[in-house]
Design a protein around this ligand. Structure first.
Ligand code: NAD
Length: 282
């Protein structure tokens, strides 16, 4: 039986509609949630991501400001921009688009964003709050994955969850969120042995690596829920996830497509975080 599709595009549209209502309610009280996006350099993929985020803001009524800085911008100038945004009362959320140019210390920049305005949830204070089990700003992609799982009614307590990928922005925070929901969590990475066997033990299998079709049908437990975070561009220009969709969907019970799965949820969670930040700051 073919897996049921976890439609991130449809769910994200619902979230955005709710955000729009909340923004309208706040606007009636004279408050307009505001997001500042800082883009340094001319990475084409970053430009597309930023454009999509700004467009989503416009659609929901969140005010957005885009600061485009040249690739050669100094670290000092970038930090000064972030500090100015920290002090700007009309800006409730700050997003520094990654990756930053190589000569800039990205950790230093992310640690300079005020934790209250850190709507990406990348600041150590927000990641620490997640570890402590008192999350405040949760990174958007992991938050979007959890929302998709809940929407599908996937049972997490006691379930075996395997997360492939251990980045600070996806794999690690997602593992913590699943753990907080009483799943038994295993995190795999580039040095993990027996990846196929570990993956095949998962009731919930998440791939967040950035390697097209790394997850084969043989790595999926029959009846599992498969979440594909990966975004890879194939030589023909099309997008592809980390999961072999055709093979995995013949085995799994639930699966996210790429595109149209986790990606739209990431932007929807960003908007939610921005409104939450505005509420907290007023
Ligand atoms: P990253 O490069 O920071 O981390 C990749 C992780 O994969 C690392 O922990 C590494 O150890 C692991 N890995 C590499 N090769 C492996 C292998 N052969 N077997 C097992 N693990 C392996 O990447 P990231 O920022 O976490 O992003 C991962 C993917 O998710 C990318 O394709 C990225 O484009 C995508 N992404 C999508 C969204 C979205 O909204 N859909 C958001 C963020 C990232």
């Amino acid at each position: 039986m073919a897996a049921r599709i976890l439609d991130g595009k449809a769910l994200a549209a619902q979230v955005r509609a709710a955000v729009k209502q909340e923004v309208a309610a706040l606007s009636q009280r004279g408050i307009r949630p505001g997001l500042a996006v800082v883009l340094a350099g001319d990475n084409p993929a970053s430009r597309v991501y930023v454009r999509n985020k700004v467009r989503a803001c416009e659609e929901t009524g969140v005010r957005s400001e885009l600061y485009e800085l040249p690739a050669a911008v100094s670290e000092e100038a970038l930090l000064d921009r972030v500090l100015a945004l920290n002090d700007d009362a009309d800006v409730h959320g700050i997003l520094v688009q990654l990756p930053l140019p190589k000569h800039i210390n990205a950790s230093k920049v992310l640690e300079t964003v005020s934790p209250a305005k850190d709507i990406d949830g990348f600041h150590a204070a927000n990641l620490g709050a997640l570890v402590a089990g008192v999350p405040h700003m949760v990174p958007c992609t992991p938050a979007g994955v959890m929302r998709l799982l809940d929407h599908a009614g996937v049972q997490l307590a006691g379930a075996r969850a395997v997360v492939i990928g251990r980045s600070n922005i996806v794999g690690k925070p997602l593992a913590l969120l699943l753990l907080a929901r009483d799943a038994t969590v295993t995190v795999c990475h580039s040095k993990s042995r027996d990846l196929q066997d570990i993956a095949r033990s998962a009731d919930v299998l998440v791939a967040a690596v950035g390697r097209a079709k790394l997850v084969t049908g043989a790595m999926v437990k029959p009846g599992a829920c498969v979440i594909d975070v990966g975004v890879n561009r194939l030589p023909d220009g099309s997008l592809c996830g980390d999961v072999d969709f055709a093979a995995a969907s013949a085995v799994a019970a639930w699966i996210t497509p790429v595109p149209g799965g986790v990606g739209p949820m990431t932007i929807a969670m960003l908007l939610e975080n921005c409104v939450r930040a505005a509420r907290t700051q007023i």
